[in-house]
Design a protein around this ligand. Structure first.
Ligand code: HT7
Ligand code: ZN
Length: 866
């Protein structure tokens, strides 16, 4: 297959200004008629080539005249009309089979309902169309279906609806805003609806509707609340008002991704929409809040202003993640949110950057764009915007955003044009900054410091280097904002001077390979707190000693760095043990420091819960060369046991004292208390004393909400044996009719690090409740096992890898997008011990040599081997 390259971009040869679509919905034979106003774009004589995949053509007509076979051809995945006029009406009719569409891309059926997913290239599976984001059209959509499909929905405003003869219904929708076809949506089925209203900043009333499975409307209440808060926040933070009179969200059970921002009709994976305290955990509530916000924010950053081509994906995704992270920080607390965002970035994006699939935030070629919905585009894309704000300041940033909205509203544009708005608004030359979009890899920043007591000066030397990534052997320096503050040896904030001004904190911009900076007025020997708030997506290596990190852990006013100091100490302890090196940090001292942090009355429970969690095994594997997951697991468990024994009284006190007595609230304060209580229990589970099993079983049995039930079941899983088996049986019996809860039941077993877990996971693929065609269920078992159970996935026999490869090959036959997402776990094979790496590589080779492989899986597996 030939790659698509950014350098080959050409404007579309034909545009479609208006389209009338008519859907006659039938599960196995849906008819789609399209009546398009088409015009030639520019002075050229090219043939018209519209995309079309898996379509059964019925007819093609131009200006009312049906074209004969010789006048139009179906060339592979294109409808080709060699002699099209300059402006004309093109009418097509095709037939499609939604019920047998298990790729969940285009028009398909989920739970007996029709629904669509068109990003990135699904619309071509619905009708012939120039399926690219720079063709913007006004859509009018008529839907006809059997009356059993009571709700017939599409984008925009409802123009008309009613009954038809023969027990059928119809609805006509018009969307006044021109949009690319990837934002088209249609839903047809029997649904319940939760309704509300919101008055916007200019006093307009918007109707809000969330459509869900019958009986589930009460579980949409939290999503509705999150939606209203998002709409108001976007007005306050970015001056953006909603533009239609109606905003709809539909929940579906079978969905390849989290959610989709179709104009005025968002479609959500039900796991990211439905929640009540009995069935959803605090983490579910938190994710629902952030995804509802994310999809809503796309209305301006994605829908009103869209991407010129798919290489510009970060233009909408990185920016919208930045916006949803800012929203969540305002809702739930800045420090805790930042720590969670950075944990996710390191777990997913840093790992991507260290492997064969490393790519820039704006890639320059691809085979299947579906493979590029990556952590680099999303999370690193958001980090780049965060740095931009740090570099030019909040006022110039807001002015740049205002300019972007004003200049590009209603258009498809590029990252260059986006950055140009900030250059103009700030008066700064951002040419060098652009390299953040074009260069892959995580820069390593080294910091060396020297204190001159006599001169009261601190000399800092910063250097940067980015390791080579596939296709980019040499790297240039990037502008890296490094936020720095100073403490004294007693942990008190220490003021200093820079350019003659007294300050507590400063941003040093490292924009060459190295830089030397002197901070003056430093009265006492300092402890340097660098990269505060994780001011850039880099790996920082400083010459700080363990004693400095203890000072930071005890009292850095920058809570991100306070947490980071604890993580670095723990990482050093675990890796020293895993690699058989002497411990320079002191397990006892570390345990005491954590104990002191836990009893700090001023710190929030949510923050303490984060402090208590040791770096994850995948995180540790990134820091060990070659990585030995078995040794990491044992070393981490040893430290957990040490902490559990050392802190047992404090942990028991927290576990008892934080019990929820009042009514459940999903807010940050309530969630923080539960997080700390469950983190205490998780650590207690590492204490080998048997009575812990009783505490965990009691916790599970007494749980009044899903967060605590899962906290209890998780602790029982870590303890293992009969109490865990009893918990699993009880949980299944209680929740077997709730698919989203049963996903959790599969996932907790997939995370079990005990030796019998792989056999159990393989056995679960034959469980009557396992359905590999449902992406949520498949992810719960297979993806959780491969990505979150390193000790068992990396079994020295290679059986874990074989299991994953078998699953990938089986799923690829009907859902290539989901199969391709599973490749990641094998992609980092070069980072592991030679024995493990060889076994992983062998499975990748088995995958690429399989006949009939999809482009999606072929692209990722072959790049992983290259
Ligand atoms: N923009 C949406 C991306 C998406 C998607 C991409 C590929 C295949 C299926 C998909 N479903 C949704 C989601 C978002 O980032 O908001
Ligand atoms: Zn998005």
């Amino acid at each position: 297959p030939q790659p698509i390259r950014l350098a080959d971009y050409r404007p579309p040869a034909f545009l479609v200004d208006e389209v009338n679509l008519t859907f006659d919905l039938q599960p196995n034979a849906t008819r789609v008629k399209a009546r398009m106003q088409v015009r030639r774009n520019g002075d050229h004589a090219e043939a018209l080539r519209f995309n079309g995949e898996r379509l059964k053509p019925i007819s093609v007509a131009i200006d009312g005249r049906t074209l004969g076979e010789a006048e139009r051809t179906i060339d592979g995945e294109f409808l080709v009309i060699p002699d099209a006029p300059d402006a004309f009406v093109l009418e097509t009719e095709v037939e499609i089979d939604p019920e047998n569409n298990k790729a969940l891309d285009g028009l398909y059926m989920s739970g007996g309902r029709f629904c669509t997913q068109c990003e990135a290239e699904g619309f071509r599976k619905i009708t012939f169309w120039p399926d690219r984001p720079d063709v913007l059209s006004r859509f009018t959509v008529r839907i006809e279906a059997d009356k059993a499909f009571r709700h017939l929905l599409s984008n925009g405003n409802l123009v008309q609806s009613g009954d038809l003869p023969g027990g059928r219904r119809f609805a006509v929708w018009n969307d006044p805003f021109p949009k690319p076809c990837y934002l088209f949506a249609l839903v047809g089925g029997e649904l319940d609806v939760l309704e509300d209203k919101l008055v916007t900043m200019t006093g307009r009333t918007v109707d809000l509707r969330i459509y869900v499975d019958p009986g589930m409307a009460p579980r949409a209440a939290y999503a509705m609340d999150a939606l209203k808060r998002s709409m108001t926040w976007d007005e306050e933070a970015f001056g953006r008002e909603y533009d239609l009179d109606l905003f709809m969200i539909v929940a579906v059970r079978d969905f390849n991704f989290g959610a989709m921002e179709n104009k005025g009709l968002n479609i959500f994976n039900s796991s990211l929409l439905l929640a009540d305290p009995a069935t959803a955990t605090d983490m579910d509530f938190e994710r629902i809040e952030s995804v509802v916000a994310h999809e809503y924010f796309h209305n301006w950053t994605g829908d009103r202003i869209t991407c010129r081509d798919w290489f510009q994906l970060c233009l909408k995704e990185g920016l919208t993640v930045f916006r949803d992270q800012s929203f969540s920080a305002d809702m739930r607390g800045h420090a805790v949110q930042r720590i969670k965002d950075v944990k996710a970035l390191r777990a997913r994006q840093f790992a991507e950057d260290q492997g064969p699939l490393a790519h820039p935030v704006r890639p320059s070629s691809y085979l299947k764009i579906d493979n590029f919905y990556t952590a680099t585009i999303y999370e690193k894309g958001a980090e780049v915007i965060r740095m931009l704000k740090t570099l030019i300041g909040p006022d110039a940033f807001r002015a740049g955003m205002d300019l972007y909205f004003e200049r590009w509203d209603g258009h498809a544009t590029t990252v260059e044009e986006f950055i140009r708005c900030f250059a103009e608004a700030s008066g700064r030359d951002l040419t060098d900054f652009f390299a953040w979009y074009e260069q892959a890899g995580t820069p390593k920043v080294t910091l060396a410091s020297r204190y001159d007591e006599a001169a009261r000066a601190l000399h800092l030397e910063l250097t940067q280097a980015t390791p080579p990534t596939p296709g980019q052997p040499t790297k240039r320096p990037l502008p890296i904002p490094v936020t720095v503050g100073l403490l004294d040896q007693d942990g008190r904030t220490q003021a200093f001077e820079r350019d003659g001004k007294a300050i507590d904190e400063t941003v040093i911009v490292l924009d060459g390979a190295s830089a030397k900076i002197t901070l003056t007025g430093v009265d006492r020997p300092p402890v340097v707190s660098a990269l505060r708030g994780f001011s850039a997506p880099v790996r920082l290596e400083s010459d700080a000693e363990p004693k400095d990190r203890y000072v930071l852990l005890a009292g850095d006013p920058d809570l991100f760095n306070r947490w980071e100091a604890g993580q670095e100490l723990a990482r050093a302890l675990i890796l020293a043990r895993a690699e058989g090196r002497p411990d320079e940090v002191g397990e006892e001292r570390y345990a005491e420091a954590v104990g002191r942090a836990l009893s700090d009355q001023a710190a929030e429970p949510a923050f303490k819960a984060l402090l208590l969690a040791l770096p994850s095994e995948p995180d540790l594997a990134l820091a060990m060369r070659p990585a030995d997951p078995g040794a990491i697991h044992e070393a981490r468990e040893a430290l957990r046991e040490r902490l559990a024994v050392h802190l047992q009284h404090e942990l028991r006190r927290l576990h008892t004292g934080l019990q929820d007595l009042g009514e459940f609230s999903p807010d940050a304060a309530g969630a923080g208390r539960r997080a700390l209580r469950n983190a205490a229990l998780e650590l207690l589970a590492a204490n080998p004393r048997s009575e812990i099993a009783e505490v965990a079983a009691g916790h599970y049995a007494a749980a009044a909400n899903m967060t605590d039930a899962m906290g209890g079941l998780n602790a029982l899983m870590l303890i293992g044996g009969e109490p865990f088996e009893q918990g699993l049986t009880d949980f299944y019996e209680r929740w077997k009719s709730e698919p989203l809860v049963i996903d959790k039941w599969f996932a907790v077993q997939a995370r079990d690090p005990s030796e019998t877990a792989l056999g159990r996971v393989i056995g679960l693929t034959a469980h009557p409740a396992f359905d590999a065609k449902n992406p949520n269920r498949l992810r719960a078992l297979v993806s959780t096992f491969a990505n979150f159970n390193p000790a068992r996935f990396h079994d020295p026999s290679g059986a874990g890898y074989r299991f994953l490869a078998d699953q990938i090959l089986a799923v690829d036959r009907y859902n290539p997008m989901i199969a391709a997402r599973l490749i990641d776990a094998l992609g980092g094979w070069r980072r592991y011990t030679p024995e493990l790496g060889a076994l992983m590589k062998a499975e990748l080779q088995r995958i690429v040599s399989t006949e009939g492989l999809s482009k999606n899986v072929f692209e990722l597996a072959s790049r992983a081997l290259a």
